[in-house]
Design a protein around this ligand. Structure first.
Ligand code: URA
Length: 194
């Protein structure tokens, strides 16, 4: 893939599989590196694996994952033509938010994934991903659906699917955000719809 050293992706994934850089490494079952097309122009980033993801090693396979699949179908995408990753690769026990030090210990894997994938659009799922990738003080309630361009990549944030499962009132706004995302994907990556 464009400008990649052969084996770089596999080495990164192997390093992640052995990682003990924070406490989450001790309690995880499987690290969840990510899934999808490694050269996709569209990257989705969640916060960290939950229980089902920890058991299977795949992101967004639980109830939130089912909703994410529905969100993808609204923008005419599937798991096979985008890439899905998380800020932290190991499950925070009890589904708590990943701590600052855990995010700091892990985010290098995500930065490397971004460098290798070279996405044109990054969609942050929830405030934690948006706080890491867009701006530390990002306010998801006020700023979801907005677009910002950083170093040539378009970024937006949606409510996290788990938040949408808890609070149905957020779904109409998210539907509008998804229409905006679909327009942006059609504009920036028309090849995905051919
Ligand atoms: N929530 C996330 O943020 N990521 C997953 O992989 C699953 C649930």
């Amino acid at each position: 893939m464009r400008g990649r050293i052969p084996g770089e992706w596999e080495q990164l994934e192997a390093r992640c599989a052995q990682c003990q850089a924070c406490e989450l490494g001790r309690t995880r079952t499987k690290p969840v590196f990510g899934v999808g097309r490694q050269d996709s122009p569209v990257l989705f980033v969640g916060e960290g694996p939950g229980q089902q993801e920890d058991l299977t090693g795949e992101p967004f396979v639980g109830a939130a994952g089912k909703l994410l699949d529905d969100m993808l179908s609204i923008i005419d995408l599937g798991r096979d033509n985008c890439y899905i990753a998380n800020v932290v690769k190991c499950r925070p026990p009890g589904n708590r938010d990943p701590r600052e030090e855990e995010q700091a210990a892990c985010v290098g894997y995500l930065y490397e994934q971004i460098r290798l994938i070279q996405p044109k659009i990054i969609v942050c799922l929830g405030r934690i991903a948006a706080g890491v990738l867009i701006r530390k003080d990002f306010r998801i309630t006020r700023e979801h659906g907005q677009w910002t361009r950083i170093n040539g990549i378009w970024y937006t944030a949606l409510y996290h699917p788990s938040a949408l499962l808890r609070d149905l009132n957020r779904r109409p706004e998210t539907f509008l955000d998804l229409l905006s995302l679909r327009d942006k994907v059609k504009e920036v990556c028309p090849e995905l719809y051919q």
